[in-house]
Design a protein around this ligand. Structure first.
Ligand SMILES: Nc1ncnc2c1ncn2[C@@H]1O[C@H](COP(=O)(O)OP(=O)(O)O)[C@@H](O)[C@H]1O
Ligand SMILES: [Mg+2]
Length: 326
């Protein structure tokens, strides 16, 4: 298999459900880049391949320091689409969460406000991300040494229903990652709007501060039922959180989208009082260490005595794609 544009692959830096992330060098400039390549097993499904190409086009239309810069889109000689983007230095927030160190409130809030900036760019373009979670948020070290969280993976992003009226959508699809899915996304992925991203940002903030997601059950189905039916746990048990901040999270996790923040910018404004940055060095060192020890047990399964396979907790952090189209 070969890439166009004088791209020389150096090594694999990660594999997701849809794609493999490669580190590569551009012959023309010597620049080191990241290449996201659709896994060959998805090539037989034209809809998945089409969605992947759309992901690249969507991301290429954005220009923001809060999103990775897309350099080019291409197709290998064997027909696999790929996205060439800037290689980010650092670790995603999933890795940051795996480290034993607790984040301070100010760090967690600062990361979330960065995430809000990236999401706001998408929303300004009428795009709902639909899969905001720690592994799709990357704590990147910029060339000037500052750190910034960038939003990745528009793999299941979609035009906001408000802007895409008249387009054919199906109601038979569950798309997203169970623990981060809003009630309305569980009920009907096709019609989710910005409120679903605000819900997921609330889940991420809850998790950054407590190292737990608000809704968690042994199976993805049970988790989704809890999201639909139960109130989020009282976060006060996690310790010394400012009550105003708890109220911000609670508002993100309102079952009815109309009771949530109307926009990510409003959410970010509500977080501002808690976001004063501290020195960044130590956090970054922890994040890097966590990245190196990233475990590969994400797809571990447990089998109870009756032999019925049950998806283990970790699996619920992978993006689900049930159903036909959206
Ligand atoms: N530009 C990049 N630079 C460095 N690492 C990246 C980059 N893009 C993605 N990654 C890493 O690869 C992982 C998978 O990428 P992602 O776009 O989320 O693919 P998938 O659709 O398979 O989840 C991310 O969680 C992140 O850790
Ligand atoms: Mg991802």
């Amino acid at each position: 298999m070969s890439f166009g544009d004088g791209i020389r692959v150096d090594k694999v830096i990660g594999t997701g459900a849809m794609a493999v992330l490669l580190r590569a060098t551009l012959d023309a400039t010597g620049e080191t880049v990241a290449v996201k390549l659709l896994l060959p097993r998805h090539m037989s499904n034209p809809e998945v391949a089409e969605r992947f190409v759309r992901e690249g086009e969507t991301m290429a239309s954005f220009a923001s320091p809060y999103l990775p810069k897309i350099l080019s889109l291409g197709t290998t000689d064997s027909g696999q689409p790929y996205i060439v983007m800037e290689l980010l230095k650092g670790a995603d927030l999933e890795d940051v969460l795996r480290s034993p160190r607790r984040l301070s409130v100010r760090e967690a809030v600062a990361y979330l406000r960065d995430a809000c900036e990236g999401v706001a760019v998408a929303h300004d373009h009428g795009v709902v991300h639909r899969d905001i979670k720690p592994s799709n948020l990357f704590l990147a070290e910029e060339a000037d040494g500052t750190e910034r969280v960038k939003l990745l993976d528009f793999g299941i992003a979609k035009l906001s229903p408000g802007l895409a009226r008249g387009k054919r959508t199906s109601t038979q699809l569950v798309l997203g990652t169970s623990q981060y899915m809003s009630p309305e996304q569980i009920q009907c992925s096709a019609n989710v709007d910005v409120g679903a991203d605000i819900w997921a940002l609330g889940v991420v903030l809850f998790e950054l501060m407590t190292k737990r997601v608000p809704f968690e059950a042994p199976t993805a189905l049970a988790t989704m039922q809890a999201i639909l039916r139960e109130r989020p746990p009282r976060i006060s048990c996690a310790g010394e959180l400012p009550p105003g901040l708890v109220a911000v999270i609670d508002r993100c996790l309102e079952k009815d989208t109309r009771d949530r923040f109307p926009s990510v910018r409003e959410l970010s404004r509500a977080l501002a009082p808690y976001a004063e940055r501290e020195a960044t060095g130590p956090v970054f060192a922890v994040a890097m260490k966590a990245a190196r020890t990233r475990s590969s047990d994400a797809h571990r399964r447990v089998t109870p005595r009756d032999g019925t396979p049950v998806v283990a907790r970790e699996d619920q952090r992978s993006t689900l794609r049930y159903g036909r189209r959206s």
